[in-house]
Write a protein that binds this ligand. Structure first.
Ligand SMILES: C[S@@+](CC[C@H](N)C(=O)[O-])C[C@H]1O[C@@H](n2cnc3c(N)ncnc32)[C@H](O)[C@@H]1O
Length: 192
């Protein structure tokens, strides 16, 4: 882990995956249970040079994939700090290479928030043992992969029984179509 100073250091060091019921770090090639479902992180179907991906180890049924995706089954949360734009900018001034996995969360469904309240999450899977960070993108895939999940920014605390002591906004990964055991997760995002 690289060094940060000031507010950045506080934010990064105070993050504790246990507050969201997550593991400290994730093993590769070994089944893990995260938020009550079984997953495995192993080499992506995209090929070794694209690193790892997340695979379901059980069926996750989405009854009606044409209905609102925000109602889809919850898979797991993003595990890491949710940065205000100005704090993320401070981080990038100290370590510009952190920009690689940044995702801007500007979809405040049903919220009155303004654009200035955009939050940034760091999708780097290694920094926080963050299983959501291992989800690969559909962009440029051949054969074309279909997205089967999406990231959603949710205001307020996570659903019970997880994160009972966590009262902050959070991000969830939701299924958008039926995922079968052995399927790799894909969502749509651009990366730097
Ligand atoms: C959030 S990580 C996903 C996990 C990554 N495979 C790993 O093992 O760390 C995003 C990175 O995965 C790779 N990636 C994701 N989707 C891809 C795709 N469709 N084609 C090629 N590389 C992809 C890119 O290197 C990207 O920067």
């Amino acid at each position: 882990m690289c060094e940060f100073t000031g507010k950045c250091a506080n934010i990064i060091q105070s993050w504790n995956p246990a507050v969201l019921g997550l593991l400290d770090s994730l093993p590769y090639d070994e089944e893990v249970v995260v938020w009550g479902r079984r997953w495995i992180v192993k080499t992506s179907t995209l090929g070794e040079r694209h690193g790892y991906g997340v695979y379901a180890c059980e069926d996750i049924i989405v009854e009606d994939s044409t209905s609102c995706h925000r109602e889809g089954p919850t898979l797991f949360p993003y595990g890491g700090p949710i940065y205000k734009r100005r704090h993320w900018n401070m981080i990038l001034r100290q370590h510009p290479e952190w920009k690689t996995f940044a995702l801007e969360m500007d979809t405040f469904a049903g919220s009155t928030r303004r654009h200035s309240d955009v939050r940034v999450i760091d999708g780097d899977p290694i920094r926080s043992g963050n299983i959501a960070g291992f989800i690969n993108s559909t962009v440029g895939t051949r054969p074309k992969r279909k997205a089967n999940c999406e990231w959603v920014f949710v205001e307020g605390p996570p659903p019970a029984p997880y994160g009972e002591t966590y009262h902050e906004d959070h991000c969830l990964v939701l299924a958008t179509r039926t995922i079968r055991s052995g399927d790799e997760l894909f969502t749509h995002y651009e990366w730097n």
